[in-house]
Design a protein. Sequence first.
Length: 254
Amino acid sequence: MATERRDRDPDGRSNEVRSDGDRYEAHLERSRRVWDRWSDRYKMSERDFEPIRMAAIDRLALEPGDRVLEIGCGPGVNFERVRSEVGDEGEVIAVDYSPEMVEKARERIGHYDWENVEVRCADAATVAFDEPFDAALATLSMSVMPDAERTAANVYRSLAPGSRFLAFDIGPFQTGPARLANPLVRRFLRWYANWNPDDDVVDSLSTVFDDCAVVERYAAGAGYTVLCEKEPLSTTASRRRDRTSNTSESRSDE
Ligand SMILES: C[S@@+](CC[C@H](N)C(=O)[O-])C[C@H]1O[C@@H](n2cnc3c(N)ncnc32)[C@H](O)[C@@H]1O
């Protein structure tokens, strides 16, 4: 059932009563404007978060041949690392809602001549794929999407059983005196990133995925890495075992 609420656009454009559907569309539209604007000035964010992104991606335990989904890829800051792990036989399919970010990501792909990396301009909550993925990731992106649970559900649908989803994100401080700064932090994140104050990324992922745990926290909990699994086969080794036996089956069929 559609509900209505009094909502304030962080640009101060409107504060009329809106339905959830209108709020969703308004958030998406503002995301496009905000991230189109930042697409030319993303270098600092790319550099500063690099060590955390790389440590987070380690946890996906990617393997050569994996087919990987990235949502909210921005200008493609994770492509080089992910591609180096999945190799030429793997595949990286990325999604971003901002046409300017997609353009930057495609320039990166063209620059390195990566044939197995592709970017689509789409909403991560609704985009559909023909084949399942072996792994998925979202760095600094779920918290700026209009509906974290709907997005998580779409990622879940897109994954093969036994696959992992990794999200690294930021939000208000969780512990200590730094929490006093949270009202300002929230305002800043909404203005700068179109951060979504209504959704809790970790709660949303826990609702959707069969297994979900915060595996790392940074800066009084303002940064966190969550690792989720769809229908866990008892360990990642099972996924590997499955793939190995499929490969040997197809070999014995030859
Ligand atoms: C902070 S940037 C993160 C970029 C990159 N993943 C990183 O780690 O730096 C957030 C990205 O999420 C994208 N985004 C926001 N809402 C989206 C949505 N509904 N679907 C797909 N991408 C979205 C934005 O366009 C933006 O490029």
